[in-house]
Design a protein around this ligand. Structure first.
Ligand SMILES: [Zn+2]
Length: 289
């Protein structure tokens, strides 16, 4: 069940759905305009969000920004009668999908050839069922590094940050509310033979995020987290990045060193993070051992 939740008078969001990979959708409410963050994974998702806004008497957005090109953040665009904004790279990536067909056969072929990944093909089938009304729509306004939008009484800073998950990733900083919408930026790269994090990209990304003074961080497939929770997540990524480099991708050595550091057994999330960094180390051409 998706619900519309309020963080402040100026910011609401729709909770995510894991079965169909629907990410969080946000709205920033200015005195003059409202800005929607991410377009949703389908027209149904986008319309559901707009309807929830209406029920809660929140002004309909006239602008939408995409955090990155992935289907679950961009396919709802065709249902939105508003001006769309994205990074230049996001537009380029979306453009590549224009010629695609979305039948089971076409999806399976793309999985076979490595253009698509099985995870996304499966959730697309789950979200759309038999009725694949997918109309790839391109964003209208693009920017390269940064863009500021004054919505009246509240400002949004859109910053291209890249990262492993999607090199076109943009974060949205809602300055007056100290909310930082991270999208999927800190997640691993899933469009790869092996899910992975790389040391360099992770550290660069975390440094960029640290430039923003935020109290609430929004992770698109999870929930809004506090500064403390974000810092714990970021510290895990930084520590494992450092250990991956130090122990040249050797699993046992990294686990041992991190265990000694935290003085307890490691949980599943931490072990998975280590695995992803080792994958990234190998894919980057690093020699393990
Ligand atoms: Zn994504």
């Amino acid at each position: 069940m998706q619900t519309l939740e309020k963080i402040s008078d100026r910011f609401w969001y729709l909770t995510p759905v894991s079965e169909t990979d629907r990410p969080i959708l946000g709205v920033v409410i200015g005195d003059k305009r409202s800005l929607m963050i991410d377009a949703g994974n389908s027209e149904n998702h986008a319309k559901y969000f707009l309807n929830e806004l209406e029920i809660n008497k929140i002004p309909q957005p006239s602008l939408v920004v995409l955090t990155h090109w992935h289907w679950d953040h961009s396919f709802g665009l065709s249902a939105l009668d508003m001006i769309s904004v994205a990074s230049k790279q996001t537009k380029t990536e979306i453009e590549k999908q224009v010629p695609f067909e979305w039948t089971d056969v076409a999806l399976d072929e793309r999985v076979q050839s490595g253009v698509e990944i099985e995870f996304c093909a499966n959730v697309i089938k789950e979200e759309y069922g038999r009725e694949r009304n997918i109309r790839i729509t391109l964003p209208e306004i693009t920017f390269e590094a940064m863009m500021q939008i004054d919505l009246g009484g509240v400002t949004c800073q859109l910053q291209h940050v890249g990262g492993d998950h999607a090199q076109d990733s943009v974060i949205v900083y809602v300055k007056e509310e100290k909310i930082l919408f991270l999208g999927d930026s800190i997640y691993a790269n899933i469009y790869s033979s092996k899910r992975n994090h790389t040391v360099k990209r992770t550290l660069e990304l975390l440094d960029m995020i640290d430039l923003y003074d935020a109290e609430t961080y929004i992770l698109s497939h999870w929930r809004p987290v506090s500064k403390l929770e974000y810092q714990q997540e970021a510290a895990l990524l930084r520590d494992i990045a450092r250990l991956t480099e130090q122990f040249t991708g050797r699993y046992e050595a990294i686990v041992k060193a991190y265990k000694a550091q935290v003085e307890r057994e490691l949980n599943e999330d931490e072990l998975e993070t280590i695995e992803y960094f080792i994958n990234g180390y190998e894919l980057d051409g690093g020699i393990i051992g």
